[in-house]
Design a protein around this ligand. Structure first.
Ligand SMILES: NC(=O)c1ccc[n+]([C@@H]2O[C@H](COP(=O)([O-])OP(=O)(O)OC[C@H]3O[C@@H](n4cnc5c(N)ncnc54)[C@H](O)[C@@H]3O)[C@@H](O)[C@H]2O)c1
Ligand SMILES: [Zn+2]
Length: 437
């Protein structure tokens, strides 16, 4: 049996909020299509109270940001980027181009070609989320993307120094101090001052995620990566303080971030609710975390591991932290999640900031159909074919000709037939094949 010891108070209001975000984003994109840079300036002024002649940072502004961050922090950023780069390089090595002879004389292949130009959005409305620069820019570089541009909103009225340092160290070619929908749309559509890209990647708030969704098709996107979600799966092998810490650690992202405890221990569930209340009295970011906990937090108690598994797969959370006696039981069976954090020694913050797996991950159930950002997202797997011999061309041509005519495609059939005639196979007359349709 599945029991809810705490439900999400605000779940019912989210459809209306989604509609409002959709229409705001539509209006903003429309204005950038119509008025380009002029609209971008107005929007930055309106949403971020920030304007400048050119949103692109100069070499000297970048150098100033790097200098201001200080050596110790730069070393930490370099360490995190090294971990992200290293894992991405291992993942890249797992993607091989192939070329195989599938029938005598028939050669099929695929190649992985990097997207030419990518825009990496780095969020920075509430916190200067510099880690997103590692996740997008470093990974795009490993993939071999030629032009990598990146944008982040201003923080406290000026470029966020640590974000700029991370964008620069990650190897970005152009850095813009621009946030939200205006940044995503300007990079995607291009303006007089920003050259457009082929793909937009990176996480962001609901507006940023919706902008990517609406622009998809005009450009490529990595995946829907909106407000953070976390699911803690725990049994009585861990204590309530650990569970509460891991729930609130992610609830602090924003007031709409769901944090859910799923457990087969009712005592742990009750103790975790109490521990959350206690932590909310001391956590410096409690104002945000308390709202997301009240509105979107849930505590779910199951009887069996199977119930926990089914519930977790139905939630399809972005982050899933498994702290049970045998976390690998879930690794082997779970199908819907952005990233798994196995055992009490690791946690979502490790993945968010430093351990090397990518933190840009699917939200709002998108884990049912995609994983997170990774080097493969920047690659287009494209195919090619060649036929080595006359015999092979005539042989496959005969099949092709007949199959075309089953569909009534006389012109397609003739593409095959001309080769069958030239390379010595049997030409199927139109009337004979058409009668088989
Ligand atoms: N899914 C993931 O992989 C992942 C990873 C990290 C962070 N995140 C999420 O990224 C988000 C970051 O959000 P943030 O707000 O701090 O920064 P953000 O950079 O995503 O958004 C800030 C921008 O939003 C725009 N904006 C704000 N209010 C608006 C409004 N009413 N109308 C139109 N535009 C508006 C502004 O232009 C501003 O520049 C968080 O929700 C966090 O959970 C997700
Ligand atoms: Zn996080």
């Amino acid at each position: 049996m599945i029991r809810y010891l705490k439900t999400a108070a605000a779940a019912a209001t989210t459809a209306e909020a989604d509609r409002q975000v959709r229409s705001t984003v539509e209006t903003i994109i429309e204005s950038i299509i119509k008025r380009g840079d002029d609209a971008v300036h107005e929007l930055s002024q309106r949403f971020d109270n920030y304007d400048r002649t050119d949103f692109r940072l100069s070499e000297s502004e970048i150098a100033d940001c790097v200098a201001a961050v200080g050596e110790e922090a730069l070393d930490d950023i370099r360490f995190a980027q090294t971990q992200v780069r290293n894992f991405a390089q291992h993942q890249r090595a797992a993607l091989t181009d192939i070329e195989v002879e599938t029938l005598p004389g028939i050669v099929l292949g695929h190649k992985n070609i990097p997207v030419n130009a990518v825009g990496c959005y780095v969020p920075g409305g509430k916190y200067p989320l510099l880690a997103s620069a590692h996740m997008s820019v470093v990974t795009a570089r490993v993939a071999g993307v030629k032009r990598i541009i990146t944008a982040a909103p201003p923080f406290e009225g000026r470029p966020a120094q640590a974000i700029v340092a991370a964008q620069h160290l990650a190897g970005a070619d152009e850095i813009y101090c621009l946030g939200g929908v205006q940044a995503v749309a300007a990079m995607a559509l291009g303006t007089a001052s920003i050259g457009k890209v082929d793909m937009i990647v990176g996480p962001g708030n609901a507006y940023v995620a919706e902008a990517k969704r609406q622009l998809f098709g005009t450009i490529g996107i990595d995946l829907p990566a909106g407000p953070t979600e976390t699911l803690v799966i725990a049994d009585d092998s861990v204590d309530a303080e650990l569970c509460a810490t891991d729930l609130l650690g992610q609830a602090e992202h924003g007031p709409t971030s769901p944090a859910i405890l799923l457990t087969n221990s009712e005592p742990l569930a009750r103790a975790t609710i109490a521990a959350v209340e206690h932590l909310l009295t001391i956590l410096p970011t409690a104002a945000i975390a308390a709202r997301s906990w009240a509105d979107f937090g849930q505590v779910i108690v199951c009887d069996t591991l199977e119930e926990m598994l089914a519930t977790a797969d139905a939630i399809a959370s972005e982050h899933v932290q498994v702290m049970t006696a045998d976390p690998d039981w879930f690794l082997e069976r779970m199908t819907n999640y952005g990233a798994l954090f196995l055992g009490p020694r690791t946690n979502v913050a490790f993945g968010d900031k430093v351990i090397g797996t990518n933190h840009t991950l699917p939200t709002k159930g998108a884990a049912r159909f995609t994983g997170g950002l990774w080097v493969g997202k920047f690659l287009k797997t494209v195919t090619y074919q060649r036929v080595l011999t006359n015999e092979a061309s005539a042989m496959i041509g005969e099949y092709c000709s007949r199959l075309c005519l089953l569909e009534g495609f006389a012109g397609h059939a003739e593409q095959a037939n001309i080769r069958v005639r030239r390379y010595g196979g049997r030409n199927v007359p139109y009337a004979e094949a058409a009668s088989r349709r």
